[in-house]
Write a protein that binds this ligand. Structure first.
Ligand code: NAD
Ligand code: IPM
Ligand code: MN
Length: 372
């Protein structure tokens, strides 16, 4: 099998801490399963700003274009908050998504049985939960023009962002959602605010068009995004695939994360068009951020980042069995009661560090070889 190249951009805050555990996992698959991964590393976010004065250097972007898959930790930290928008750490991430045209952001919210008691909802509402949020990632209000803060008369100012979508941008992400639904329970729920926004009307019409013309076998429903947020915490298991725009998807996926026990559990895959090699352009990253409140304390939950690597094996490397082996190892670790502090709430539990959690996952991977 040809070597698979991975570019690691650990970024800021807990990014490097959780990525350290992912690197150990990658090494494990190389050594134990003979998979030839070629790993290189670069800087993104505040780390890149400190080194180069920009949150994403052109050379790093070139490296990203060359890689079979990119793994990203997190970008952003309070010390950069006052920087101008163009050089804020988060811009590095947004530029990667835009330049590589990674329009379909898959955010699976799966509640492992061992964590069914750890959600903010009652166990019966989340036990067995397996939903997929497909968030449009390269357009909408994140990128629409005009944007900016402008001076008005009399010392007033106005801040402007523009929500904007085109037919093609909506249709392509809708197709991603319908394709995923066919592999799952064959149901798509599209969320927008067609009751108040023209872009929402267009969104609904175009998703409907794709459903009617290309995926008549998939059940399609629509919800206003505010009602969708309510349904997500009322009865989350009603959903299979949710497709929504960039901003609603950002918010809904953080809410969905808490259904699984912690924001530290949710991985993501950001996929673009197929590359020549046959798999899509892709960036994998946890849904969480740089967690400044726990940075440097060996407390971060590495599961979201490790499960993002499992998604890379699945979507970029066609290694479904290995992806499952890894996700099973994470699940077995949780089932053994090993938890970072974000997952503690029952009396008598003592926390594991990031490193210990990584050790335990590697041990479970070892066990998986012994029994198979
Ligand atoms: P956050 O996700 O960093 O943290 C929110 C809360 O969740 C914090 O209490 C944090 O400790 C906790 N948390 C997050 N990940 C965790 C993990 N793996 N283990 C244990 N606890 C975890 O969101 P925020 O505080 O709103 O943002 C902090 C910074 O991160 C900001 O600069 C923001 O822009 C950036 N951010 C980056 C990304 C990204 O790079 N993809 C995503 C979200 C936020
Ligand atoms: C996410 C983050 C990013 C977003 C930020 C850091 C740019 O919140 O990936 O969920 O808003 O898309
Ligand atoms: Mn977010």
């Amino acid at each position: 099998m040809a070597s698979r190249s991975i570019l690691i951009l650990a970024g800021d805050g807990i990014g490097p801490e959780v990525m350290r555990e992912v690197k150990r996992v990658i090494l494990w698959f190389s050594e134990q399963c003979g998979i030839d991964f070629t790993v290189s590393e670069g800087l993104v976010g505040g780390a890149a700003y400190d080194a180069y004065g920009t949150p994403l250097h052109d050379d790093t972007l070139d490296q990203a274009r060359e890689a079979d898959a990119i793994l990203l930790g997190a970008a952003g930290a309070p010390k950069y908050d006052a920087l101008p928008f163009e050089v804020k750490p988060e811009r590095g991430l947004l530029k990667l998504r835009k330049e590589l045209d990674l329009y379909a952001n898959l955010r699976p919210a799966i509640c492992f049985e061992a964590l069914a008691d750890y959600s903010s909802l009652k166990k019966e509402f989340v036990s067995g939960l397996d939903l997929m949020i497909v968030r449009e990632l390269t357009s909408g209000v994140y990128f629409g023009e005009p944007r900016g803060i402008f001076d008005l008369k009399d010392g007033e100012r106005e801040g402007i962002n523009t929500q904007r979508y085109t037919t093609n941008e909506i249709r392509r992400v809708a197709r991603s959602a319908f394709e995923l639904a066919r592999q799952r329970q064959n149901r798509v729920c599209s969320m927008e605010k067609a009751n108040v926004m023209e872009s929402g009307v267009l969104w609904r019409e175009e998703v409907e068009w794709v459903g009617d013309n290309e995926y008549p076998d998939v059940e399609l429903s629509h919800m206003y995004a505010d009602a969708g947020a309510m349904q997500l915490v009322r009865k989350p298991k009603q959903f299979d695939v949710i497709v929504t725009d960039n901003l609603f998807g950002d918010i809904l996926s953080d809410a969905a994360a808490m259904l699984t026990g912690s924001l530290g559990m949710l991985p993501s895959a950001s996929l673009g068009e197929q590359m020549e090699a046959g798999w899509p352009r892709a960036l994998y990253e946890p849904v969480h951020g740089s967690a400044p409140d726990i940075t440097g304390q060996d407390k971060a939950n590495p599961c979201a980042c490790i499960l993002s690597f499992a998604m890379a094996m699945h979507y970029s490397f066609d290694m479904g069995a290995e992806a499952k082996r890894l996700s099973d190892a994470v699940e077995a670790t949780l089932a053994a009661g090993i938890r970072t502090p974000d997952l503690l709430q029952l009396p008598g539990e003592s926390p594991a560090s990031t490193t210990l959690m990584g050790d335990a996952i590697l041990r479970e991977l070892d066990h998986s070889l012994a029994y198979n």
